[in-house]
Design a protein around this ligand. Structure first.
Ligand code: ASP
Length: 327
């Protein structure tokens, strides 16, 4: 039996990090070294590996991930059966969602990393890399969009969140739970998610979109700076089901006449409401003033969708249509 062909791209992250003169750990290893450190991979897939970046994931940009999406797209056209992206866990939920939006077709795209450095006792990188390749090589993973695989759990890109700063079990999908698990070296799926609409991979740079989390007593004075600073869109994480203080609603309404504003929630999970609360500053008021509800997308993911949508289409109807799939 011929093993599936996998494209493995390493972008850096703790999984690649070793101690250095800084006194801490920094990205050192490339994809080839990571693959060589897990001999069991030879029984899973035929792997071609490269290291487009060696960065800590807070320094990855949207443009970097658009570049990765393009490489995967080309790899799939060249005959690879699946792709694995290795990167830092701090921004895995964002990278996974970008790849979910940009990479078409039904071949698996799996993202992984590690919570412990490469030379730490109990380093989780090799187990995660092996699991990620098992999932990417499995026929059952086809058609599910981008998946994040860590700690044996398989998460759908749109639901996964980093929810702990330290534990190997840091990744969770609070709205739904994981879609599957890797056990006995096999990917097992307990539910399937539908693909959501693709966003085209464009040459234009992603549009700058600001993200603001609303805190008690915040009077909205920051809003006057958003346009001046060159942002082309805004996502706010409102309180609860999507609410702000009453005096902030007209400020958001004025800004929504100049740029798209998406309403997400600062609560960890659950959809933004659209038709329940009628007080000033609540979701009915804000949507009436032109804000677009983010549905169940987190503020982080709503920001990415708005940015990528704005780089191809700037009309209010295009923004509404982009978020309609997540309500
Ligand atoms: N700060 C690291 C990074 O995201 C954390 C990790 O990889 O787990 O690159």
């Amino acid at each position: 039996m011929t093993l599936p062909r996998l494209l493995v791209l390493s972008l850096g992250g703790t999984i690649t990090m070793m101690p250095d003169a800084s006194g801490g750990i920094t990205p050192k290893l490339g994809a080839a070294e990571l693959i060589a450190s897990v001999p069991d991979l030879a029984a899973v897939a035929r792997i071609e590996a490269s290291s487009p970046f060696r960065l800590a994931s807070p320094s990855l940009s949207l443009a970097n991930l658009v570049d990765v999406a393009r490489r995967i797209d080309q790899g799939f056209k060249a005959g690879f059966d699946g792709a694995v992206v290795i990167q830092g866990t701090d921004t895995i939920e964002e990278s996974a969602f970008i790849l979910d939006l940009l990479v078409g077709g039904d071949k698996p795209v799996v993202i992984t990393g590690a919570m412990r450095g490469a030379d730490a006792p109990g380093a989780d990188g090799s187990a995660n890399l092996l699991s990620a390749c098992i999932v990417a090589a499995s026929a059952e993973a086809r058609g599910l969009g981008a998946l994040a695989v860590l700690n044996y759990d398989i998460h759908a890109a749109r639901f996964v969140q980093k929810s702990h700063t330290a534990l190997p079990s840091a990744f969770a999908s609070p709205l739904t739970g994981p879609v599957g698990v890797v056990a006995e070296r096999r990917a097992r799926f307990f539910m399937r998610v539908e693909r959501t609409p693709l966003v085209p991979i464009l040459d234009a740079p992603p549009a700058p979109v600001a993200l603001l989390k609303w805190g008690m007593g915040e009077d909205g004075r920051l809003l006057s700076a958003i346009r001046v600073l060159g942002y082309e869109g805004l996502v706010i994480e409102g309180m609860g089901a999507g609410h702000v203080p009453a005096e902030v609603a007209p400020l958001l309404g004025e800004l929504a006449e100049q740029m798209p504003i998406v309403l997400a929630s600062r609560a960890m999970t659950g959809p933004v409401f659209t038709k329940t609360y009628g007080y000033p500053g609540a979701e009915i008021d804000l949507i009436g003033r032109g804000l677009v509800p983010a549905g169940y997308l987190s503020g982080l993911k709503a920001r990415l969708l708005l940015s990528l949508t704005l780089s191809s289409a700037r009309t209010p109807s295009a923004v509404g249509a982009a978020f309609a799939a997540y309500q």
